[in-house]
Write a protein that binds this ligand. Sequence first.
Ligand SMILES: Cc1cc2nc3c(=O)[nH]c(=O)nc-3n(C[C@H](O)[C@H](O)[C@H](O)COP(=O)(O)OP(=O)(O)OC[C@H]3O[C@@H](n4cnc5c(N)ncnc54)[C@H](O)[C@@H]3O)c2cc1C
Length: 365
Amino acid sequence: MKKYDYIIIGAGISGSSVAFSLKQRLPNSSILIIEKLEDVGKGASGAAGAFLSPLLGKPNRFKDIVTNALKYSTQFYLQHTPNYIDQCGTIRIPKNKEDQEKFKTYIPYMDFEFQQKEDGYYFPFASVVDSYNICKTFTQDIEKYLNYEVKNITFKDNHWQIDELFEASNLILTTGASLSLIDEKYFNIRAVWGQRIVCQTSSCIKQNYHKECSVSRTIKKDENTNIVSIGATHHRFVYEKPISNDDTQTLLKRANNIITLKDIKVIDQLAGARASSSDFLPLVGEIINSDKTLKEFPYLVNGTNVNSNRFSKYQKLFYLNAVGGRGFVLAPYLAKILVDFIVDDKKIDEYLTLNRVFKKWVKKQ
Ligand SMILES: Cc1cc2nc3c(=O)[nH]c(=O)nc-3n(C[C@H](O)[C@H](O)[C@H](O)COP(=O)(O)OP(=O)(O)OC[C@H]3O[C@@H](n4cnc5c(N)ncnc54)[C@H](O)[C@@H]3O)c2cc1C
């Protein structure tokens, strides 16, 4: 069995970001990333329009996380993958009259500079990234094992064994909507299936738009042809679904409500499952062993408070998931938080950890 200091399972933007941050912090460690698809940056990450734009609204926890992540991750991409981020800005357009009124109430809480433009609000800070090339760059110095689906992980002699093929001192799961490796009832990742289309058009657009869907700025292909990305649809609680012509038509209709794209022709359709938690906040850190924890603290089910530091965790097993529809905004930021925890034992804010979903689940037992 080949041994590694760190093995990461899942090579979407979450796994790729963790691999990159780990390599930066521990350049001499051996790191392997395992992926069941033929390459990194496929899965939901391959389907993503990969727009990075501010979350509007009144202050709340999720908005704070997104704002911090957007600032951090944008800077991170600009520094490490400058060729694969286009900070062209995004115009956010209210969907209807009611939305227009709502937008006005959000103005005092805007976290980013904006200007009123074309029936909406233009955020110059917003960007779109090249999802595949970012994952590719983040993992370029990392050993990869592709086209392999991990079936089983077991902790033996202080190490994680992966299908009796590899051994890891530390194991990190970044498997997105797939939960097959963790047998814990309090895990309730929900899939939200979505489709995006790539089109050619003779129109040229200089910035991204977002209304009922997102339309990207165009990239020039030749003299008369530009490429535009339009996304995305949302099907809650759906893990797998074939590419659908209905979704494509919906996206074309929604895009047409934003801007006229002349001579439009669909050239690609991509789909994937976003992974969300029940409260839409991401999940980062260690994984609680519910059986052991409940054996030790049976009175948890009666609502007795126990400091979560005392919960029993699986040793040397870490997790980054539930980045939902904002994986490209959240992943580099959360990867830093996770790596700081693994390397420096820096505490992760409780509201980002699995403690919160475990505590909710235990109350219902
Ligand atoms: C249509 C669409 C549009 C989107 N648009 C945006 C957007 O504009 N902006 C944005 O920020 N986000 C967007 N998202 C969301 C974004 O794509 C996700 O949040 C992000 O890709 C999740 O990354 P991940 O690495 O956690 O999961 P994934 O990319 O799904 O990666 C998980 C990987 O783990 C692998 N895996 C799972 N189990 C195993 C196993 N047992 N063995 C080996 N490998 C395994 C999978 O094959 C997969 O490649 C969009 C998503 C969709 C579907």
